[in-house]
Write a protein that binds this ligand. Structure first.
Ligand code: PLP
Length: 385
């Protein structure tokens, strides 16, 4: 009998699971086979082969991911960057123009500014918070608009509703990198985006042990992107598919806990005399708090803050905390802390960082699933005189 469910928590466990279960296996087995016996397939893209993204492990993940964001289709890729780059080179051709938010993940920023231009694709950056300025950047050849749900590391929230309306009005494909929110906190397709992209390396897998990516959305676009991925070769191997599939089952419990923990830590930091500023959309004082409340179910597990005393004080904090691992990346079960100027945003010039408001002393924290009390005590000790 078909399973009936309405909630994401249930979709994480049941959506996309093979029916009937393979030899009764409760956990999706790993199909560690590069190719499968020919079964009369009539097109190249339907031959069953790991690079063609259609083994049983891929198919189960595609269905689970699509169910999570209530989308028509999904595609997993070898990394978040494979999802982003394959999507952009599928949708854009020589002569096309892209509008992109001005504060993107460094890898995406570098791909747009250094690689896409070599394919004859031009771009303009837009301030996600200033819809009135977007029309000035629009060109007759503009094809797509690219944003992130929350920006890294300042956790700004662009005017996502205005972005969808603008894209609709001008016939643009609306793309969003939803890595920071995860499908638990934001489901872009429900708000009108055409495609949602993820670095599954982060929350979706959640265990800091693979790199993976996903594109979720309109079936016609996903089909085109899959064919391009088949050529470019950025497919996820079955063992990583298995790990991602396993990690995703606990996404809801992890992210809901991380939402709560990050909010408590942000409030603690906000009230601490050694802290100069805290960036977290769940705080009442965040400039886009009411927008975040309208769009998101939760405010995520990442926050950033500045201590008084500049880089020296920030380094002292990072040396004194005992629980957070000082490392880049985010979204795992363990708390990580980093200074973006030395890691995720080291590729930007000091002037660019300054323009974006990313100071050298800014500390970004990705809150894990440790006891919040233990983290608070650790942070308090590290901030002491
Ligand atoms: N998008 C965002 C928002 C990210 O933070 C990252 C990585 O940090 C990526 C994309 C790239 O993902 P991956 O490292 O899985 O290629």
């Amino acid at each position: 009998m078909a399973k009936h469910f309405r909630h994401l928590e249930t979709a994480l466990i049941h959506a996309g699971e093979p029916e009937p279960r393979i030899n009764g296996a409760v956990s999706m087995p790993i199909f560690q086979s590069a190719m499968f016996a020919y079964a009369g397939e009539t097109s190249y893209d339907d031959l069953r082969y790991i690079r063609l993204n259609n083994t049983p492990n891929h198919i189960a993940l595609h269905q689970k991911l699509a169910a999570l964001e209530r989308a028509e289709a999904a595609l997993v890729t070898a990394s978040g960057m494979a999802a982003i780059t394959t999507t952009l080179v599928t949708l854009l051709s020589a002569g096309d123009h892209l509008l992109a938010q001005d504060c993107l993940y460094g890898g995406t920023h570098a791909f747009i500014t250094k690689d896409l231009v070599t394919f004859g694709i031009s771009y303009d950056f837009i301030d996600g918070d200033d819809p009135d300025s977007w029309r000035r950047k629009l060109r007759p050849n503009t094809k797509a608009m690219y944003l992130e749900t929350m920006t890294n590391p300042l956790l700004q929230v662009a005017d996502l509703k205005a972005a969808v309306a603008f894209a609709r009005a001008h016939g643009l494909i609306a793309l969003i990198d939803n890595t920071f929110a995860s499908p638990i906190n934001f489901r872009p397709l429900e708000w009108g985006f055409d495609l949602s992209l993820h670095s599954c390396t982060k929350y979706l897998n959640g265990h800091s042990d693979i790199v993976a990516g996903a594109v979720i959305g309109r079936a016609d676009l996903i089909e085109k992107i899959r064919h391009k991925l088949n050529h470019l070769g950025g497919s996820l191997d079955p063992h990583s598919c298995f790990l991602l599939h396993r990690g995703m089952k606990t996404l809801a419990v992890r992210v809901k806990y991380q939402n709560q923990s990050a909010l408590q830590i942000a409030r603690f930091l906000e009230a601490h005399p050694a802290v100069r500023a805290v960036h977290y959309p769940g705080l009442d004082g965040h400039p886009r708090h009411s927008r975040a409340r309208e769009l998101f179910t939760g405010f995520g597990g990442v926050l950033s803050f500045e201590v008084h005393g500049g880089v020296e004080a920030a380094e002292r904090f990072l040396q004194r905390v005992t629980l957070p691992i000082v490392a880049p990346s985010l979204g795992g079960v363990e708390t990580l802390a980093t200074r973006p100027a030395t890691t995720s945003h080291a590729g930007l010039s000091p002037q660019e960082r300054q323009r974006l408001g990313i100071s050298d002393s800014l500390i970004r924290v990705s809150v894990g699933i440790e006891a919040t009390e233990d983290l608070l005590e650790d942070f308090a000790r590290a901030l002491e005189g």
